[in-house]
Ligand binder design. Structure first.
Ligand code: FES
Length: 281
């Protein structure tokens, strides 16, 4: 910064300061009358009594007359004080957030609880998870045969197939420990859970091979759900079956694990081309 610029800035500051001083002085001039009586006031006071001229008695008489002229204000009725209701006078922000949090938490927990109860109480609704009546035993067997060996019940998420009577002795060894499953075999029926024991895909029937063949990774099971090939670690899971008053009832409330690899109670081999895994016999 050059000397000329510094001098110019200094002069500008001095001019501004000078203008400020002049304005402040003029303001003082305009307020100089503060504390002195205005002309109207002095005019009003002109006829008034000069207290300096009065004697003591006269001064008292004037004061008395002035007091008498003052009208006393009527006495107001005073309501007795009672403390305000904290609930009625409003809710603080902290209270609002606390209550909102508690309400939302309660609603969420209530909804979750209701959903859990609804899920666990499926048996009362008659859906999957309960005992499902799938119809007259003769009709069921007739439908299985009409459908080339397989019958699907979506409500029970199950396939029903026939269990050969001649395999019962082997079946007792393999399934005797699963009482409800074995009693179904004695009635000539087996109910297989549709879910693949490998990774849970729905396993369809293959009418040509007369097996169940999983399209996901190629697991294969014979018509009574015993493992024949693919990556599944066991046979198809199954449900208990009972015949009550001539009606077939599948108890989907309990899932019995499928038989271990190597179980082959019926000796059924593929009866035609496979649906999965090349389609060869
Ligand atoms: S899910 Fe069926 S074979 Fe993998």
């Amino acid at each position: 910064m050059t000397t000329t610029q510094i001098v110019t800035i200094a002069i500008a500051i001095l001019i501004i300061a000078g203008v400020g001083v002049v304005l402040t002085s003029s303001r003082r001039e305009s307020v100089r009358g503060v504390g002195t009586l205005a002309r109207e006031t002095r005019k009003k006071d002109r006829g008034a009594v000069d207290p300096e001229q009065l004697t003591g008695r006269q001064f008292e008489a004037v004061a008395k007359a002035r007091s008498a002229a003052i009208v006393a204000a009527p006495k107001a009725e005073v309501e007795p004080w009672s403390p305000p209701d904290a609930e009625a006078i409003g809710v603080s922000r902290r209270q609002f957030f606390n209550r909102a949090t508690v309400t939302l938490m309660s609603a969420s927990l209530g909804g979750f609880g209701a959903a859990v109860i609804g899920f666990l109480w499926t048996s009362s609704s008659g859906g999957f998870g309960s005992k499902i009546n799938v119809g007259n035993v003769d009709d069921v067997i007739g439908q299985i045969r009409a459908n080339k060996g397989f019958l699907y019940f979506p409500e029970a998420r199950s396939w029903i197939t026939e269990y050969p009577k001649e395999s019962l002795s082997k079946g007792k060894d393999a399934y005797g420990h699963q009482g409800p499953v074995y009693s179904g075999l004695e009635s000539g029926l087996i109910a297989l859970y549709q879910k693949c024991p490998h990774l849970g895909c729905r396993v369809p029937e293959c009418k040509s091979s007369q097996w169940f063949e999983c399209p996901c990774h190629g697991s294969q099971f014979n018509r009574v759900g015993e493992k024949k090939g693919g990556p599944a670690a066991r046979g198809m899971d199954r449900f208990g079956v009972s015949v009550t008053n001539g009606n077939v009832v599948i108890d989907t409330g309990t899932v019995f694990g499928g038989p271990p690899i190597g179980t082959n109670t019926t000796g059924q081999e593929a009866e035609g081309p496979h649906c999965v895994g090349g389609g060869s016999h």
